[in-house]
Design a binder for this molecule. Structure first.
Ligand code: SF4
Ligand code: SF4
Ligand code: SF4
Length: 399
């Protein structure tokens, strides 16, 4: 089996496919702290791409409430359980993220979905450890919305002893999800028809429906469960990263319609080629505030999340890998550069490949330096005549 370097794991790993790297990789950062679960993103995708017959259960974009929500139900707990079962030695990390010996998150010593499959699955054609969700698990896209954990994880019951900062005893957060357009896609590796491919120009992962025969190996293999089978047409479908918009330099539908302004799309460099003028490189590699979803699965996903404040670090580390505590500390004490860049999220429909801060302005730039958008670091406050004087002390800046 070919060996590839997975920088998120801090080591090489086996990958059952001849990986081809794009000239540049399309990637995204989601700031979880700003998501209000309005589902505008979900509906923007649905009304654009999946409103036809046979697509009723397809939610290429969805927002689920963690820890209990999930679409399909229990996708995260199920795949992590399968990996634990396949690797009783433990799914652990070694090396501190800060010491830089292995990679920015240390080194993952457990088994990825590809390695666990090679060790435990038969026949040889099974290339990825996965499972096919049941019809029932696809039934409820928004199950457990707004359900917090109760005492010691007891469901449907609030903690009656109050809260303790900085971590609340009772907590939940919203996890917005789309296809990760992974560097090492499990869907692609598992397809016996080579119907799935990664575009060389931008790394977007697409499915050629004319080649697909509906075997659903991709649905089974994607640990994030972001490929969907259309029973009416007999072939599979998935998020296309709104490539017709990307080709025009525009952000996808679920980004442009995000009410909470939690999303930023762009291009991500490998860590050794990080450019601080690139907003995604700055957030992921330079300031390290944005983390991949379950890097331990081994797919090198290309969505990066700024983790939520006030959720238990142990849960967040399982979900976003090592370095979460440091990321939250950086986010909590954001300086003008970081706070300014966070202000660029949702400020324009255009993809912003470069950025800079000049005094009190943060500017989104084209590759050639042309200005796309300018956002003030501090919004001006206009007090209307007769407004209560005490209101004048209201905060003028939110990170
Ligand atoms: S998230 Fe799933 S569907 Fe998307 S590229 Fe990765 S493996 Fe494929
Ligand atoms: S990027 Fe486009 S296709 Fe993908 S989930 Fe968002 S709106 Fe849907
Ligand atoms: S539109 Fe934005 S704020 Fe609303 S649910 Fe989607 S990601 Fe969250």
């Amino acid at each position: 089996m070919p060996t590839v370097k997975n920088w998120q794991l801090g080591r090489e790993m086996s990958y059952p496919y001849d990986a081809r790297f794009p000239s540049r990789q399309f990637a995204f950062v989601f700031n979880i702290n700003r998501c209000i679960a309005c589902q505008s993103c979900t509906m923007a995708c649905k009304s654009t791409w999946t409103f036809s017959k046979g697509q009723e259960h397809m939610w290429w974009a969805n927002v689920e409430t963690k820890p209990y929500g999930g679409y399909p139900q229990w996708w995260d707990a199920k795949i992590l359980g399968k990996l634990e079962e396949a690797n009783p030695e433990g799914q652990s990390w070694s090396g501190k993220p800060a010491d830089g010996r292995f990679g920015p998150y240390g080194r993952f010593d457990g088994q990825t979905v590809f390695e666990a499959a090679a060790r435990t699955l038969t026949p040889d054609s099974a290339r990825v450890l996965g499972y096919l969700p049941t019809d029932e698990e696809w039934n409820s896209p928004n199950i457990y919305e707004d359900n917090p954990v109760g005492k010691r994880g007891v469901r449907n019951r609030l903690d009656d002893t109050g809260v303790q900062l900085p971590v609340h005893n009772t907590w939940f957060f919203y996890l917005a999800r789309i296809c990760n357009h992974c560097t090492y896609p499990a869907c692609l590796a598992a397809c016996p028809r080579t119907s799935i491919y990664k575009r060389p120009e931008d790394g977007i992962v697409l499915l050629d429906q004319s080649r697909c025969r509906g075997y659903q190996e991709c649905v089974k293999a994607c640990p994030y469960k972001k490929v969907f089978f259309n029973a009416l047409t007999g072939v599979s479908e998935k998020c296309i990263a709104c490539f017709p918009k990307i080709e025009q330099g525009l952000q996808p539908q679920c980004f442009a319609n995000c009410i909470g302004k939690i999303r930023l799309a762009g291009w991500l460099s490998p860590p050794d080629k990080a450019n601080p003028d690139n907003p995604l490189d700055y957030l992921v590699h330079v300031r390290k505030v944005a983390k991949p979803l379950m890097p331990q699965l081994g797919l090198e996903p290309n969505i990066y999340y700024i983790p939520p404040l006030h959720a238990p670090p142990g849960f967040l580390e399982q979900m976003f890998g090592p370095g979460v505590v440091e990321a939250l500390a950086t986010y909590r004490h954001a300086d003008d550069d970081l706070a300014g860049l966070l202000g660029l999220f949702g400020s324009t429909e255009r993809v912003v490949p470069r950025w800079k801060r000049t005094g009190q302005d943060v500017i989104g730039l084209e590759e050639d330096g042309g200005e796309i958008v300018r956002v003030p670091l501090k919004e001006p406050v206009h007090i209307r005549a007769g407004y209560d004087e005490t209101r004048k002390i209201m905060r003028t800046n939110c990170p």
